[in-house]
Design a protein around this ligand. Structure first.
Ligand code: Q0N
Length: 307
């Protein structure tokens, strides 16, 4: 039995012949391909998306079948839609059969020590900053905005990269410039905002709003390269466009049923208790799986088939 703790790393990683496990995050695992002598290569990584789901800062005990594959395929599709804006780290989708569909071989980059976030709509931490002082990440915003309001322009709101189990903290843009230099900081900001704008142009036609997104960049020489996953429900807030109504918390496209059940009396769980949430009922798992598939199919216009 898994013991869920807030944002705890998962149990023993999958053994993949020909690869060495190097790191496990909340929902993704990294491996290094082994060379002919059995040594880990230093130029590539295998990025494996799991079926794990986080809610209320817990990794739930119930995996969502195919979530890792759906998000991997969605990310690959977005990389193609963005390739005229930014190069990406993808090398190949020829991966071990044990992780087929949910893993990507990528170029190993020198990762920027900054979480690059852009917000098109106001909610979460951005809303808290706005309520406190009328600005978000140093950008003054109009008066009268509420939870869910669309911003006049997307805003770059970088954050620190916190270790697993801790929360990312907002990072003043001046600190980003100190870390990266003014030139690289400006390029990362422009690209992050451009990715969110392009994402929303495409998603809007398909009934989804992307409230905000977090992207990760690495360097290949002097070139900024888009890494990790991009514009997925794990890295972004997806909202159903037809239910968008500023003034209250918007329903999450993917996690609505999970959150609704966990806070309902049926779960018997108290969010404030510090206890691990209980396993999800099968129908909540199935309806959540269906939301990931729906997001993929609406956005890409392709049908998702597992395996
Ligand atoms: C990458 N992480 C680990 C340390 C671990 N293309 C890439 N090249 C190099 N590194 C990475 C990628 C990608 N994608 C490394 N995640 C992605 C995450 N960090 C988190 C903080 O602690």
């Amino acid at each position: 039995m898994t013991s869920s703790q807030p944002d705890q790393a998962p149990d023993a990683p999958l053994a993949l012949p020909g690869y060495a496990h190097v790191y496990s995050g909340k929902v993704r695992d990294l491996y290094a391909p082994l060379d002919d002598s059995g040594a880990p290569r230093d130029d590539q990584l295998l990025l494996v998306a799991s079926d794990r789901l986080s809610a209320f800062d817990f990794i739930l005990d119930s995996p969502i079948p195919d979530k890792g594959a759906v998000l991997t395929q969605l990310s690959l599709w977005w990389f193609e839609q963005l390739v005229d804006l930014v190069p990406n780290h993808v090398v190949s989708t020829d991966v071990p059969s044990a992780v087929a569909g949910r893993a990507v071989l990528v170029n190993r980059l020198k990762m920027l020590p900054v979480e690059c976030v852009a917000r098109a709509y106001l909610t979460g931490g951005g809303l808290r900053e706005y309520v406190a002082d009328g600005q978000v990440s140093g950008v003054r915003l109009p008066e009268g905005l509420v939870d869910g309001s669309r911003l006049p322009e997307p805003v770059f709101t970088p954050s620190t990269k916190a270790p697993v189990g801790e929360h990312d903290e907002p990072m003043p843009y001046a600190d980003v410039e100190r870390e990266l230099g003014a030139d690289l900081a400006a390029r990362a900001r422009e690209l992050t905002v451009a990715i969110l704008k392009r994402g929303n142009e495409i998603a809007a036609e398909r009934g989804i709003l992307i409230a905000d997104t977090k992207v990760e960049f690495g360097l290949e020489g002097d070139t900024l390269v888009l890494a990790d996953e991009v514009l997925t429900p794990d890295s972004s807030r997806f909202w159903p466009a037809d239910q968008w109504e500023p003034g209250h918390t918007q329903p999450s496209f993917d996690k609505e049923f999970v959150r609704e059940w966990l806070i309902s009396p049926a779960s018997g769980w108290d969010k404030a208790s510090g206890e691990a949430p209980p396993p999800l009922p099968d129908d909540v798992v199935e309806r959540t799986r269906a939301k990931y598939v729906e997001a993929y199919e609406r956005l890409t216009g392709r049908s998702f088939s597992a395996g």
